[in-house]
Ligand binder design. Structure first.
Ligand code: NI
Length: 168
């Protein structure tokens, strides 16, 4: 396995629309293992999307199980994910491996249902809420070329410079 280079804002490759995965082969599985290792090596390490390492395909990994006292589904590998239900809205602070020096307040749905397929192309369905729902929405945004910076209500009031990386 390998830790991949993470692209950072304002790299234009982060603005591209990612393509659906069509080949479920060993090459994909090797890439996903590397993507997960890269996520776990990074500060914050609770989610990553393939375009963050320069591969514009619709693949995300979310695992918020390290956060205490929240509901979660454990490790979720989502290939070709689609959010099919949204409910409620909440403001919360987000960070991103591609925006290492800042965090920001973003409005997200509080509860979602996401459908995807797994590494073999088999269907998956998850209900997510709170912090996990936020992480899934954040990562799927990467597949559409969006960063949390694009979701801030106000850059002046909702963007914060990090003093140190948050340890989890
Ligand atoms: Ni991100």
């Amino acid at each position: 396995m390998a830790i991949l280079e993470v692209l950072t804002y304002p790299d234009e490759r982060l603005e591209q629309i990612s393509q659906p995965v069509e080949q479920f082969d060993d090459e994909l599985r090797t890439f996903v293992a590397d993507l997960e290792e890269t996520m776990r090596a990074g500060p914050g390490g609770v989610g990553i999307a393939a375009p963050q390492v320069g591969r514009t395909q619709r693949i995300v990994i979310v695992d918020v199980s390290v956060k205490p006292k929240i509901k979660h589904n454990g490790r979720m590998l989502l290939v070709n994910p689609e959010i099919i239900e949204w409910e409620g809205y909440a403001v919360g602070r987000e960070g991103c491996m591609s925006v290492p020096d800042y965090t920001g307040n973003v409005i997200r749905a509080e509860r979602i249902v996401v459908e995807a397929v797994d590494i073999f192309g088999a269907p998956l369905r998850y209900e997510c809420e709170g912090y996990e729902a936020r992480a899934v929405q954040h990562e799927i945004d990467h597949l559409d070329g969006l960063l949390f910076l694009d979701r801030l209500v106000s850059r002046r009031n909702d963007l914060f410079r990090r003093k140190v990386y948050q340890k989890v």
